[in-house]
Design a protein around this ligand. Structure first.
Ligand code: 1BO
Length: 318
């Protein structure tokens, strides 16, 4: 029996993107190949990757295996990767994109994003540092990186382009300087940081939001023991019990139901399967409102160690 697939949304360029996919940030190279194979086997068709995650080659092994065993064809999959901060100069965009394509064993990406608006010092480490240990910045404008993405699009290396971790003002600059409207802005988004204002504004520009860390990123390396855990939030747990679902399924369903693309990460087969089972129930509008009320500006990935960067995105209202 063929697995039930997630529905797709229509992007502003007419292309379709599954509303649900597998996140691979923090998935260890030794675990991610099996995780991607399990995900494709149980019906995932959208994989979210990035050069900086350091595991694209292992994701590529899984893609190749699932194409070779006949489970999927390349065109059944929607694969995203991202331009890292040390490659924002226009001349570096296509070469680093080609590195991701080689890693993933692909000849095109469905979507390529600028990972962050901040550029870091180019030509060396992915996390370059100054003598005092702080991050070494570059002042290359993300608009230059965007021109590189537009070139990649015109060369057919990618089918859609977008941004990630951009605030409203930064997207406005892309809209006024570029020729192509980003199809999506991929941002941290979960009930503790529901991003309502940015979502509503992006909608007026026909830009979809993709929610990363929809489960609150409990495995982020800098989490403190006293930080609240979204999946243990008593009201979320109570809603989950009411629907006979897991708190993770409720947090994922919350995004789908507000028409936000969602990319939960897991490397555990049972969770990968369960995270996709969110299309056979609906949260009441009262429960959606309750989940909305958890919002507390609870950003997990604030990157405040680079907040002196002129393009750090989190110093505006949204
Ligand atoms: C540094 C990676 C953030 C999520 O893509």
């Amino acid at each position: 029996m063929s697995p039930k697939l997630a529905p797709s949304v229509k992007l502003n360029n007419g292309k379709k993107m599954p509303i649900h996919g597998l996140g691979t940030w923090k998935s260890k190279p030794g675990e991610v190949t099996q995780a991607v194979k399990d995900a494709i086997a149980c019906g995932y068709r959208h994989l979210d990757c990035a050069l900086v995650y350091g595991n694209e080659a292992e994701v590529g092994v899984a893609i190749k295996a699932k194409i070779e065993d006949g489970t999927v064809k390349r065109e059944d999959l929607f694969i995203t990767s991202k331009l890292w901060n040390t490659f924002h100069s226009k001349s570096l965009v296509v070469p680093t994109l080609k590195e991701s394509l080689t890693n993933l064993g692909l000849d095109y990406l469905d979507l390529y994003l600028i990972h962050w608006p901040m550029g870091y010092k180019e030509g060396g480490e992915k996390f370059p540092t100054n003598a005092d240990g702080t991050t070494a910045f570059s002042d290359v404008d993300y608009i230059e990186a965007w021109q590189g993405l537009e070139d990649a699009l015109s060369q057919g290396l990618v089918h859609s382009i977008g941004v990630s971790n951009f605030n409203k003002d930064q997207i406005e600059r892309v809209l006024s300087s570029g020729n192509i409207v980003p199809v999506t802005n991929q941002i941290e988004c979960h009930p503790y940081l529901n991003q309502k204002k940015l979502i509503d504004w992006c909608r007026t520009k026909n830009i979809y939001i993709t929610a990363y860390s929809p489960l609150g990123s409990p495995d982020r390396p800098w989490a403190k023991p006293e930080d609240p855990l979204l999946l243990e939030e008593p009201k979320l747990v109570a809603i989950a019990e009411k629907y006979k679902r897991t708190p993770a399924q409720i947090a994922i369903r919350y995004q789908v139901q507000r028409d936000v693309i969602v990319i939960p990460k897991s490397v555990t087969k049972s969770r990968i399967e369960s995270n996709l089972q969110v299309f056979d129930f609906k949260l009441s509008s009262e429960d959606m409102k309750t989940i909305d009320s958890f919002d507390c500006n609870g950003r997990a990935l604030h990157l405040d160690w680079v907040k002196e960067h002129k393009y750090w995105p989190f110093n505006t209202e949204f």
